[in-house]
Design a protein around this ligand. Structure first.
Ligand SMILES: Nc1ncnc2c1ncn2[C@@H]1O[C@H](COP(=O)(O)OP(=O)(O)O)[C@@H](O)[C@H]1O
Ligand SMILES: O=C(CO)[C@H](O)[C@H](O)COP(=O)(O)O
Length: 420
């Protein structure tokens, strides 16, 4: 197989909550192919991720693969694992929504600043401390994020991450270094070295060149998180532009000239070039809708909703107690009653309530000094719901448009395209 010097394609792979997707683009950001697969069960995650990765590579046409010169992968933010010197996982991963037991929170508050984003039972650092307490670290050589480990399967390089994934581990994205309080921890030696998202790290492994016919100069880059990938996909790039991801969870990201950090409301800021992606992730979202309705029912029932007649049902849709944003309260209870007999009205109440939480989130960002909201793009499974878009426009009082591209994998392919 000869390497192609003229034509260069870029592959982005998104590992979301319910499945994985791959998108290949050319230098003009036009999509050449899209592939996807879903995860079958909520167990054996590492095996499922590995299989999904290689399934997606195989699914990309043999005509396209030899021209892919850069690959980047995004994962869910806060999904982490421990592995040994050879990259073999020595624990099952802890997922983005897994929570550590309460005593770990006391350890966290003893070592990290009180208003830091790591002060959460689901932060990456909380998970590291949990494993430390469980005596897992003596066998571990590397603490990695999901995206780091999947990239390792392609380039063979361990101990590397990006500063989007590393934020919830405690990496200081303003100073671009690990803070001293983290460097003082005994587990510091197993933390990954941090690069800008989309940095080319290493060429793809020779075995994979042979197996999949990638060019020998194909580089694997550092990745990002799923929500930031969806933001990049949207094309939003001006302060005041925001992307709401209506996936399993509700995630808000507003591009701001100033970073915002507020523990009480679960707000934090990712570095985004010279700007800041401010926002937070709520536990409400599509997973709650899915617990009541199939996708088909959501589509059907939504067409019967009259958005000009609000229900005034005041729900707080959660699968279980605990909220992160716009109220950071691990004990906040779900509120899903009263349930009307008519499913159309019930769904409308759920959609309105999630829209209200979204509006409260943007309002909070404004109060704390973020660049005022101008326009909202929408990504994720809920983006295709037109009646929800209209309901949300009412609550947000700015225009709400479906992202021209909503696929996180497309955003990650763009990251690979712009990589250094
Ligand atoms: N028509 C619809 N209206 C609102 N939500 C929907 C609709 N169809 C699917 N969803 C929601 O989209 C979610 C899946 O979105 P997706 O972006 O694939 O999530 P993730 O990658 O976070 O798992 C599901 O939880 C489902 O409830
Ligand atoms: O619910 C989540 C699944 O990944 C994350 O918490 C959400 O994506 C936000 O994380 P980040 O701001 O780091 O991208």
């Amino acid at each position: 197989m000869t390497d192609s010097k003229e034509i260069m394609f870029y592959l982005g792979i998104d590992f979301g909550t319910s499945g994985a997707r791959a998108v290949v683009i050319d230098e003009h950001k036009s999509i050449l192919t899209q592939q996807e697969c879903s995860f079958d069960t909520a167990e054996n995650w590492l095996e499922q991720w590995r299989e999904a990765l290689f399934f997606l590579l195989e699914a990309i046409s043999i005509d396209i693969r030899p021209k892919i010169t850069r690959i980047a992968i995004n994962g869910t933010s806060g999904t982490v694992l421990l592995c040994d010197r050879a990259g073999y996982p020595i624990t099952a991963p802890l997922l983005y929504n897994d929570r550590v037991p309460d005593p770990i929170l006391e350890r966290l508050s003893a070592i990290a600043p009180s208003d830091h984003v790591v002060q959460s039972a689901s932060s990456s650092l909380a998970k590291l401390l949990y494993w430390e307490q469980e005596n897992q670290l003596s066998k571990a050589a590397y603490f990695l994020h999901q995206a780091d480990w999947l990239a390792f399967l392609l380039h063979g390089q361990l101990g590397v991450t990006d500063y989007h994934n590393a934020l919830k581990l405690g990496y200081d994205v303003e100073q671009l270094s690990y803070p001293q309080w983290l460097q003082n921890q005994p587990s510091f030696s197993i933390l990954p070295q941090v690069f800008a998202p989309g940095t080319a790290i290493k060429k793809i492994l020779p075995d994979l060149v042979n197996q999949f016919h990638f060019p020998t100069n194909c580089e694997v880059c550092t990745g990002t998180t799923d929500s930031i990938a969806a933001f990049i996909a949207s094309g939003a790039n001006q302060p005041g532009e925001a992307v709401t991801s209506l996936g399993s969870t509700l995630v808000l990201k507003l591009l701001s000239e100033t970073p915002i950090q507020d523990y009480q409301s679960g707000i934090y800021s990712h570095r985004f070039g010279n700007l800041w992606l401010t926002g937070g992730a709520s536990n409400t979202g599509g997973a709650v809708l899915k617990s009541f309705f199939t996708d088909e029912e959501l589509r059907e029932l939504s067409t019967k909703i009259n958005p000009t007649q609000p229900t005034n049902l005041d729900y707080y849709p959660l699968l279980k107690s605990g909220e992160r944003f716009p109220i950071n309260d691990p004990n906040l209870s779900p509120k899903l009653t009263p349930r009307p007999d008519d499913d159309v009205i019930f769904l409308q109440g759920l959609l309105e309530s999630i829209a209200r939480i979204e509006a409260q989130g943007y309002q909070k960002l404004r109060e704390l000094g973020a660049t005022p909201l101008q326009q909202v793009y929408t990504a994720g499974g809920g983006a295709k719901n037109e009646v929800w878009r209209r309901i949300r426009e009412e609550y947000l009082q700015v225009s709400v448009i479906a992202s021209p591209q909503t696929d996180a994998a497309y955003g990650t392919a763009k990251l690979a395209l712009h990589s250094s």
